[in-house]
Design a protein around this ligand. Sequence first.
Ligand code: SAM
Length: 407
Amino acid sequence: MNSSTSPSADQSARDSHVSQFISLTCQRGAENALKKEMAKRRPNYRFSYSRPGFLTYKLPNPESLDKRLAIDVGALRLVFARSCSHALGAVLQRDAAGDDEQFDRRVAADAVWNIVERELGDDSITVREARRAGKEAPTIARIHVYERDRFETGARGFEPGLTPVAFDVHRLLLETAPEKLRANFGANFERLDAPAAANELCLDVALVEENEWRVGVHRASDVHSRYPGGLIPIPLPTDAVSRAYLKFEEGLRWANFPIGVGARCVDIGAAPGGGSQALLARGAETFGVDPAEMDPLLLAHPNFTHLRGRVSQLKRKLFRKARWFITDMNVAPNYTLDALEELVARDDVAARGLLFTLKLFDWKLADHIPEYLARVKSWGFNVVKARQLLFNRQEIMVAALKKPFRK
Ligand SMILES: C[S@@+](CC[C@H](N)C(=O)[O-])C[C@H]1O[C@@H](n2cnc3c(N)ncnc32)[C@H](O)[C@@H]1O
């Protein structure tokens, strides 16, 4: 068939009349905020199904796999989604009943590979379309397995992360993977917690219920998408003085600010010091502002200085050389923004980047996120993004950067 007679991959996808769906995961409790965002960003996607922490949407028009894979959390500009996967199929009780009629994970693993063969194998519509369009057939580079969150973050000590069940199912999928697929797997494919390389195609197996697995694919792009379900494994170091270490460590990886040895940072509301520890671990010179006591570990650190008091009580010249500001204060979003504005929106402080939490004491505050971000932009930060990170509870993280930066 020459190119003038061969339909494009997009045209074929439309002609095949197959419904296409995306699955999104989020923190438990954030589903409504995510639904509202989706209604704004993609009003033509139809909400289809949800469980706490897991939502699916039907795409308005069937698209080629390439186009589908370009749709991700970043492209959708979602604050509350943790991961986005393009559905291939589902493994339910009837597909995986063992001899005792119970859901058998090994049978389910085989069913996953059958779905992959049906949807992405040599005879699949997707692969035939790709070939017809002169493109390479998609190859899976690694397997991502994740459970939807079992509890709200913080409830019963729950922290989102890769679970023993996810590791077990990953092992079963590796054991049952067809040899011809295994040959294309990427580096460290056998480790569930190893990051995917940029652009690798990941097979997603979302464990929605004990007897309901949702199978899909996504292409690795930003830092979260490189880990199963966006669950970046960040262990709490034994010497971490607060849980805030986790959210700032995750936030710094997500923001990807060039904070290295000697970078001058200010942590507003620093006590007891977990956030400052994430900065100090990068070699930054860190000034912690807080009327409260800092942990002695921080006070003993050669690169840490405690500026005791409320930020409004301190002289501005103390901040003249600082370039990076982080803050995590237990106050309403507009108070956090007032405090930051006071500090960084004037000429005598040359802030290059900000990383801060906004507490959503009431979920209704989520409706105001666009206004909050517009306010930060008005201070001269041209790259501003927000996301509910894994280690954020009922709050979001905002990263703001001046790019390029001129003092
Ligand atoms: C949630 S804690 C911060 C946790 C800390 N970032 C960490 O990493 O361990 C909030 C802190 O903000 C401080 N705070 C509240 N208002 C402040 C202000 N106006 N200036 C400086 N610190 C403030 C409080 O004293 C409190 O220690």
